[in-house]
Design a protein. Structure first.
Length: 394
């Protein structure tokens, strides 16, 4: 039997949650339930009054990175709301503790706040000249069917203990993509700019507005307008458009264990369902999107694994050739610095199993307790399966 890798010595644990609408939000809750059952604790709430769901002698998650639906769940956790409160707000399960009041329920009107019609003058003068059927793209009437203003109000008035990232005990990071520039913004406690990731870090936006910006998924939701302290106005949309799972944010925050939860698992053929050719264009489109995202995540994993391979190869070569030990150590440290690799950093990726077609075909925006419970169970099962290789014991 293979020994489990211990995580007991981890000092800073990060939870990174992807987008995927209500379905993904519930999946993340299930993942967190599994983490809690395995012994992880969650930091949340205001400074000096941090909520801890389990004893502090266990690895504690105190870095959160969220995009889109993941932004909502990480915000709830970072705000100090326990998993039992979150689940009780929508679940009918009897296992939920009755000692805590549920969170105020989120409704369809909170999610689907109607967008105003923005009529575009078809006769306006423009420097963009088009011919053929694509000419109609410049004269469409909508920027999106809905806005996320309802979600912003829900968080601001019913959920958040503060609107400032800097007043929270844990490090909460919300990722959004800039509409008019090839870069993204991470809203949190950090300030600055990363050239490598084309990423702006800022703390000058309210948490509720940051989540609303991150969850503005086109074409359903119109881009979200934010005005920064320097008076610059920027429109934002979904946080994962540029990069799925911004794990670099957690790494830059000093995490030595990054737990990434995502639901973008492509469908794998099963006899019960058959080919997606028989399911229609919507599922074919979802499959195409999920395959693109899966490849992006696989590429990111491969880069990390290749760095580890280079370092181990250099180390082994020096040892096999009986070369000076001090030279070996210096070269390995230099390569680690140049490649921005940390030997103490571990990743755990949690996602639905390839044959779990129920998650693939699940409704994205269904607020039915039964449907949401199912996504929670799939998240819990997926996390338990991924965590089998690890132990929190010394």
């Amino acid at each position: 039997m293979t020994d489990k890798k211990t995580l007991a010595s981890k000092k800073r644990v990060a939870f990174v949650a992807s987008g995927g609408a209500v379905k993904a939000a519930c999946f993340h809750v299930g993942v967190c339930l599994a983490l809690q059952e395995k012994g992880f604790s969650f930091s949340g709430g205001l400074k000096n009054s941090s909520f801890k769901s389990t004893p502090s002698n266990r690895p504690r998650i105190d870095i959160y990175v969220g995009s889109s639906a993941g932004a909502l769940i990480t915000t709830l956790l970072a705000s100090g709301h326990s998993l039992s409160r979150i689940i009780k707000s929508f679940s009918k399960a009897n296992k939920v503790s009755s000692a805590e009041k549920p969170l105020p329920k989120i409704g369809y009107l909170d999610i689907f706040h109607p967008a105003a019609l923005h009529f575009i003058n078809p006769f306006r003068r423009s420097k963009i000249h088009k011919r053929g059927w694509e000419t109609i793209k410049g004269h469409l009437f909508l920027r999106g069917l809905f806005t996320t203003k309802g979600l912003e109000k829900y968080l601001r008035t019913k959920i958040l203990p503060t609107l400032s990232f800097n007043e929270l005990a844990p490090d909460l990071n919300i990722v959004a993509t800039q509409l008019d520039y090839s870069q993204k913004t991470v809203f949190g406690k950090k300030k600055g700019y990363s050239e490598e990731h084309a990423c702006l870090y800022t703390d000058d936006i309210a948490i509720s507005d940051a989540v609303a910006a991150s969850t503005s998924l086109p074409p359903f939701f119109t881009p979200y307008r934010l005005t920064h302290q320097n008076k610059e106005t920027i429109h934002y949309f979904d946080g994962e458009i540029r990069q799925t799972l911004s794990t670099h944010v957690a790494k830059d925050s000093g995490a030595d264990l990054i737990i990434a939860s995502y639901t973008h698992q492509p469908y794998h053929y099963t006899p019960e369902i058959g080919s997606l050719m028989n399911q229609g264009i919507s599922y074919i489109t979802v499959q195409a999107l999920y395959q693109c995202i899966e490849q992006k995540i696989a590429t990111s994993k491969s880069i990390h694994d290749n760095k580890e391979l280079v370092l181990s190869t250099v180390d082994r070569f020096f040892r096999d050739e009986n070369l000076p030990s001090d030279k070996r150590k210096n070269l390995v440290l230099l390569l680690e610095e140049k490649m921005e690799y940390s030997r103490d950093l571990d990743y755990i990726f949690i996602h639905p199993q390839p044959d779990d077609y129920e998650m693939f075909f699940g409704d994205h925006f269904n607020l039915s307790a039964k449907v949401m419970d199912q996504a929670v169970r799939i998240g819990f099962k997926s996390a338990i399966n991924a965590l089998r290789k690890y132990s929190l014991e010394s």
